[in-house]
Write a protein that binds this ligand. Structure first.
Ligand SMILES: *Cc1c(COP(=O)(O)O)cnc(C)c1O
Length: 394
């Protein structure tokens, strides 16, 4: 028996649900790449990216996924042999650091625990040891999609300043931009990067990088630069230089439509929506956890991300649950990654997502818990509804 026929729910942490208006924006013939509307659209998108990153710095658009954005960020500011400090809080900063290693940087990791945020005091301590200032850049993710943690970027910046350390602060915002507050300039972030396919509601394929003045200064002498990612070349006078080749036109039309939706809602309102939907999700999981099988991967509520929740299960293979929701209900959940395979699953509440979508996903999970006789506290969905009704008064 299955009740999966109907609109399929993709509740994975990227790519996320693409709004119909964004899909429709791509249904058009290709346009000229030298003249006409595309040229003005590029300029507008670069300005809109400044609004989203909250920066007066330079913004860049790449035909690439998030990994491409990582390489763009690193190659423009580092030189071979530079030391970088990676702040572990899940899989993603580690992955970004490994990429820096392959590109010729020396990696120093501040080991982290996948159950809590980066500790700013530990960052301060580590930097204070680096008296010679060998560390050139500090790499951190705002929301680590693997663990479901949110790191306090402003507090990390304060720790760097307190240690009077000159390293660049580089932040991965792939799973957080558009989902929660990010203040590139106010928080003193030197390089920030993101992608189109998560909170920014467009299909995968665009990477975004923003560079502040200290990063642009480091760029001048960086020797990891390569032609495709190079910020200097991309600031040249010709439109094609902004993409180092043919612009990914249809994705640009898509991102245009997605930004129009985001700005119509209001960036800060979108953050609030994410926060409310996250709280509703947490309310359900708190109830289910009473059954002693499920638990939050991130114990401290304030450290749980607004866009993604990681739920562990003890003694039950999570594939049973995720297979059930997918095959019987048409709801695809995120699987555990980075050692969490079969031990955790992930619920995305990221991007173009509203209360019925989150309730539908939570409802399918509760249905699976009952059908599979997995011990759980009852009333998780009701708790989510209570949270939503309290947060959204008439
Ligand atoms: C998804 C994600 C990435 C990688 O993006 P890809 O488009 O898959 O290359 C990087 N960092 C974070 C935090 C992510 O969530």
């Amino acid at each position: 028996m299955s009740v999966a026929n109907g609109r399929q729910f993709l509740s994975i942490p990227g790519p996320t649900n693409v709004p119909d208006a964004v899909l429709q924006a791509m249904m058009r013939p290709a346009v000229d790449i030298y003249t006409g509307p595309l040229v003005a659209m590029t300029d507008a998108l670069l300005v809109d990216l400044k609004k989203v990153f909250r920066t007066k710095g330079k913004t860049f658009i790449y035909a690439a996924n998030g990994h491409g954005g990582w390489e763009a960020a690193l190659s423009n500011v580092l030189s071979r042999g530079d030391t970088v400090l990676v702040l572990e809080s899940g899989r993603f900063a580690i992955g970004w650091g490994e990429m820096a290693g392959v590109m010729g940087a020396k990696i120093v990791t501040l080991p982290g625990d996948w159950h809590r945020a980066v500790d700013p005091a530990a960052v301060h301590k580590r930097l204070a040891q680096d008296k010679a200032h060998a560390i050139k850049a500090i790499m951190v993710v705002q929301i680590d999609t693997a663990s479901g943690v949110v790191n306090d970027i402003a507090a990390i910046r304060k720790a760097i300043d307190a240690a009077k350390h000159p390293a660049l602060l580089m932040v991965d915002c792939v799973a957080s931009l558009g989902c929660m507050r990010f203040e590139m300039d106010a928080w003193g972030v030197d390089v920030a990067m993101s992608g189109s396919q998560k909170g920014l509601m467009a299909p995968p394929g665009l990477a975004f990088v923003a560079a502040g003045p200290r990063a642009l200064e480091a760029h001048k002498s960086a020797n990891m630069k390569t032609h495709y990612w190079d910020w200097t070349f991309r600031q040249g006078p010709e439109h094609y230089q902004k993409y180092c080749g043919t612009p990914p036109e249809h994705l640009l039309f898509a991102q245009r439509a997605a930004f129009d939706l985001l700005f119509a809602e209001g960036l800060e309102q979108a953050w609030t929506r994410h926060a409310i939907l996250a709280r509703a999700t947490h309310a359900a999981i708190a109830k289910w956890s009473e059954g002693q099988v499920m638990s939050f991967n991130i114990a401290e509520p304030a450290q749980r991300a607004a866009s993604i929740t990681n739920v562990r299960m003890a003694g039950v293979d999570t594939d049973l649950l995720t297979n059930y929701t997918r095959e019987k209900c048409g709801v695809t959940l995120g699987l555990g990654i980075g050692g969490y395979q079969g031990k955790a699953f992930r619920i995305a509440h990221m991007g173009h997502t509203n209360a019925p979508m989150v309730l539908g996903t939570l409802g399918a999970i509760e249905m699976a818990l009952k059908a599979l006789s997995i011990p759980h506290g009852s009333g998780g969905v009701s708790a989510a509804i209570e949270t939503l009704a309290a947060a959204v008064p008439a």
